[in-house]
Design a protein around this ligand. Structure first.
Ligand code: 13P
Ligand code: SF4
Length: 327
């Protein structure tokens, strides 16, 4: 990332309708596909060709026929797209859109951890830099972390990084003892308190509770989650898993414990259902850096390109492809 992202000038003042019209023209001229994460602001989600979770977005990036991918998400997601589509131009509308979780481990720390456990298999959550992915055996997302860990022989030691809460949930669900977990966290998800869940359950006993596995509040509920059958009102899911659950469940009301950007899609796709955030403050400042004005500039000026050095990309691609082949 860089702090030298130029400031917006001439494009800022255009009315929304004009911006949308020009975005639609430019995406054709550039043969560009616009990918947006479920946490993006509503205007970005609405203009995107595909909206999804990290797994869905990586799959789209791997298969798209477009020449340019404009990634409306955070930097590690654009890097993942660049790794999977080396012949395409990958743009991010704001280079400063980072991720506190991805920043919670650096390459030296991982190398040191590997030296301490020389026989371990490294499973890295997708919220990591390309360099970390390149030093890993498997990549995983919140949508497939369980399956990836389950696919590794039971007697094989694992280093799981960087999210401690996702790691604890996977460990609980798999019953795996030989899994070491890095103590990283996302500042948005780790801030939710278990008392907030207790309170919401009390206030809305009929509602289903959808919890992202990065949430700090999940830990006291792990026993219940591990015992839960399909009828349990408490569900742990990736953002895309939440969208699917909300659509397929007979419940009419949902409490949602993840970043509030997802509420737009949940409501849009299920207008007859009610969605309540666990906490209105759950907003990721990095995801919110992407605006229509910046997307527009990205297409006009063909900026900001995200690239990954070929030697790193080659190794990182192996860990991501291993993941995609299992899922
Ligand atoms: P998902 O893969 O579940 O969309 O999560 C990505 C993320 O950054 C969560 O904070
Ligand atoms: Fe990263 Fe957390 Fe933002 Fe997701 S919500 S992109 S994990 S900082």
């Amino acid at each position: 990332m860089t702090s030298s992202t130029p400031t917006l000038t001439s494009f800022q003042s255009k009315p929304k309708e004009q911006l949308l019209k020009e975005i639609n023209e430019l995406r054709k001229v550039r043969n560009a596909v616009i990918l947006a994460h479920n946490y993006q602001i509503p205007e970005i989600q609405d203009v995107a060709d595909f909206v999804g979770d990290s797994l869905g977005l990586s799959q789209q990036a791997a298969t798209t026929k477009a020449d340019t991918i404009v990634f409306c998400g955070v930097h590690f997601m654009a890097e993942t797209a660049a790794i999977l589509s080396p012949s395409k131009r990958v743009l991010i509308p704001d280079l400063d859109a980072g991720c506190s979780l991805a920043a919670s481990i650096d390459i030296e720390q991982l190398r040191e951890w590997k030296r301490e456990h020389p026989n371990a298999i490294v499973v890295s959550y997708v919220n990591t830099t390309a360099e970390i992915k390149a030093e890993s055996d498997y990549c995983c997302t919140s949508g497939n972390a369980l399956k990836i860990v389950q696919s590794i022989p039971a007697d094989q030691e694992i280093l799981f990084l960087p999210d401690q809460f996702l790691g604890s949930w996977v460990q609980k669900m798999t019953g795996r003892k030989n899994m070491h977990i890095w103590m990283g966290e996302c500042h948005v998800h780790s801030a939710v308190q278990p008392q907030e869940i207790d309170q919401k359950i009390k206030e809305h006993p009929e509602a289903e509770l959808l919890i992202h596995p990065e949430c700090g509040c999940l830990t006291p509920y792990l026993d219940r989650v591990a015992r839960a059958g399909t009828g349990d009102q408490l569900k742990v899911a990736s953002t895309e898993g939440m969208i699917q659950r909300a659509t397929n469940s007979s419940a009419k009301k949902f409490v949602v414990a993840t970043e509030i950007g997802i509420l737009h899609r949940l409501k849009k796709e299920n207008p007859e259902k009610e969605f309540l955030p666990i906490n209105q403050e759950m907003s990721c400042m990095y995801m919110k850096m992407i605006t229509l004005e910046k997307l527009h500039r990205s297409l006009v000026e063909d900026v900001f390109e995200v690239t990954v050095a070929e030697d790193i990309a080659q190794k990182a691609r192996k860990s991501i492809e291993r993941m995609i082949s299992i899922y």
